[in-house]
Write a protein that binds this ligand. Structure first.
Ligand SMILES: [Zn+2]
Ligand SMILES: [Zn+2]
Length: 594
């Protein structure tokens, strides 16, 4: 993986004698994998020279531009990125959705006639747009994980893995609760989670706009100090930290001085510290170069990028606990344009009853509360995973809270944090709806008397055959019961049952035909399914429904894999054939059964 800096300045382009060495152009980083996949991280004014360099290559380019957020200093190079204007070039742009419009509309905004002579429609190249949220996406041989940053706009950090190396790009970001002006050296809560996101990176490119002595005056502006950036990299166990998003007021000499001090104070086993400079190039990895992907399938991203209404149109509910009307007004303003219902109670003690009625997706509580008080908010009917965010105060969050919105916060800051937490707590994966014939289907399944019986060779031979035939590490005979799926035969899998909610087979039954999921991470129905996102990390699924002799769909013969793949038409036919042969075994079971 090769990494090249084209723009390292934060907030405002600042050419001049004092910035000539580290550069005056705003954020832009180019990443290329050994197989040739090209990513561009942010397109500030540094994107202009990168675009020229790409044109000089003399052939149509293909690339992927990842925008952390749409503040000016991260997108101002887009109207000047030459490859976009030349037919034959093909680019995809990715970024978090704006508060009230899509990524494309936000980018079009800066190219409206009032500001710029040509519009987005003048792009001669093939350019498409993808709204991003928190999650994972795969672009050819590159795996990208995203995480929301702490900024007054929805901003994403990118963890980029390819060629056996890891790069993390995290601009713009302010510490959550850690006070970078203090001497505290350990991270907690969301600051720790931020560091863990970068775990073991070869290179971290991090917001480092301020010096510690400047931070007090800049609280709530959404940026880090140089010391916080180093602390994050050290906690992450990273090999190198590139301080970036340099303040426009920071001269080359002042950057040199900051780096020299940080190196002097650094732990011996800490990361290598340097300041990002235009033109700097790094070669990372190549420990395990990936082969160029033969068929680079179109990149589909299905990350929820806005708060969604529920399946029956219900909106997210936020409970605010405060005794102050003024605070309620501020929060009401922050969520006024979100699909959110805001309810308020005046004290933690009074919240219990409202929580049981309201079922909030997020709880905001003012000021300092202790863990014991917060514990009273968690009743039998409140999901343990409902995030509690403290408003105001300072220092580490109380036991049971996940985050703190530190004063001074702007309406936009609160809106970004509320949206982040509501999207995080939302359930993204979709349990299969219940089939219309559920009652008779379950009756037929139970009448078989097959559930909870011991493994049998006459069933095991089908999973063995399926695994061998399709070169799959896992093959299962699965029955979809009322609230579980139970496996009569497991090849390559230890569990004998799992929840119906997370069941792929429940979807296959509903589809009433063979279900093939080539890449579960790219499929909205399964992306956040616990079998995909954690646990066994299933990537590929193919399941052929099996019927009782009366024709009820009760289960599947299915295969799983831990990498994305597909089945040919012939293989699909074979899997259906195999399931049909197994059905015969089922009728014999019924005759022999109790
Ligand atoms: Zn910025
Ligand atoms: Zn910004």
């Amino acid at each position: 993986m090769q990494v090249r800096f084209w723009g390292t300045r934060g907030s405002l382009a600042k050419p001049g004698a004092a910035t000539v060495r580290y550069g005056g152009n705003t954020s832009c980083v180019e990443v290329r994998s050994a197989a040739g996949t090209r990513l561009v991280l942010d397109c500030g004014t540094g994107g202009h020279e990168l675009g020229q360099a790409i044109l000089r290559e003399g052939k149509p380019s293909r690339g992927h531009m990842l925008i952390s957020h749409t503040h000016w200093d991260h997108i101002q190079g887009i109207p000047f990125f030459a490859p976009f204007f030349v037919p034959g070039h093909r680019w995809q742009i990715y970024g978090p959705q704006g508060f009230s419009e899509s990524l494309k509309d936000t980018l079009a905004g800066q190219m409206e006639y009032t500001y710029f002579p040509v519009t987005l429609d003048a792009f001669g190249a093939e350019v498409s747009y993808n709204n991003l949220g928190e999650g994972r996406l795969v672009i050819d041989d590159v795996v990208i994980t995203t995480r929301y940053l702490n900024h007054p706009a929805l901003a994403l950090a990118f963890r980029i893995e390819t060629d056996g190396a890891t790069l993390v790009y995290a601009c713009d970001h302010e510490p959550h609760t850690c006070d970078p002006a203090s001497q505290r050296v350990t991270l907690e809560g969301q600051d720790l989670a931020h560091a863990q996101f970068m775990n073991d990176a070869d290179l971290i490119i991090h917001d480092a706009q301020y010096l510690p002595e400047e931070y007090d005056a800049k609280r709530g502006w959404g940026h880090s100090t140089v010391d916080y950036a180093v602390l994050i990299a050290r906690t992450a166990g990273a090999r190198r930290i590139a301080l970036s998003h340099h303040d426009p007021m920071r001269s080359d000499d002042a950057i040199d001085a900051a780096v020299a001090r940080l190196r002097r104070e650094a732990a011996a086993d800490g990361p290598e510290i340097f300041a990002a400079a235009e033109g700097l190039v790094f070669d990372l990895g190549n420990r395990n170069p990936e082969p160029a992907s033969a068929a680079s399938s179109p990149v589909v991203t299905n990350m929820p990028a806005a708060i969604r209404s529920g399946p029956s149109g219900e909106i997210a509910r936020v409970l605010l606990i405060t005794g102050h009307d003024a605070l309620e007004d501020r929060i009401a303003k922050a969520v006024s344009e979100e699909p959110v219902h805001l309810a308020r109670v005046s004290s933690v003690g009074a919240a219990r009853k409202t929580i049981d009625k309201l079922h909030p997706g997020l709880i905001l509580v003012e000021g300092e509360v202790d863990g014991e008080e917060l514990g009273t908010l968690r009743g039998a009917r409140t999901d343990e995973t409902v995030p509690i965010v403290q408003l105001g105060g300072s220092g580490p969050v109380a036991n049971g809270a996940v985050d703190r919105l530190c004063e001074p916060w702007s309406t936009e800051y609160a809106r970004a944090r509320i949206r982040t937490w509501l999207m995080r707590s939302e359930c993204h994966w979709m349990p299969a709806p219940i089939p219309d014939d559920e009652a008779s289907r379950l009756a037929a399944l139970h009448a078989l008397g097959i559930l909870d019986t011991p493994p049998e060779e006459r069933f095991d031979r089908f999973t063995r055959l399926a695994a061998a035939l399709f070169h799959a590490p896992v093959a299962l005979i699965s029955f979809v019961d009322e609230d579980r799926q139970w496996f009569k035969s497991c090849f390559g899998f230890d569990e004998c049952e799992s929840s119906r909610e997370s069941s792929f087979c429940a979807h296959a039954i509903l589809a009433r035909s063979l279900l093939v999921v080539p890449d579960a991470l790219m499929d909205m129905r399964f992306r956040d399914n616990p079998l995909v996102a954690s646990g066994p990390r299933v990537r590929f699924y193919a399941g052929a429904p099996i019927r009782t002799p009366e024709g009820h769909l009760v289960g599947t013969l299915c295969i799983l894999d831990f990498r994305p793949r597909d089945l040919s038409q012939q293989e699909r036919g074979l899997l259906v054939d195999l399931a049909a042969s197994m059905e015969a075994e089922l009728s014999r079971f019924k005759r022999a059964g109790p």
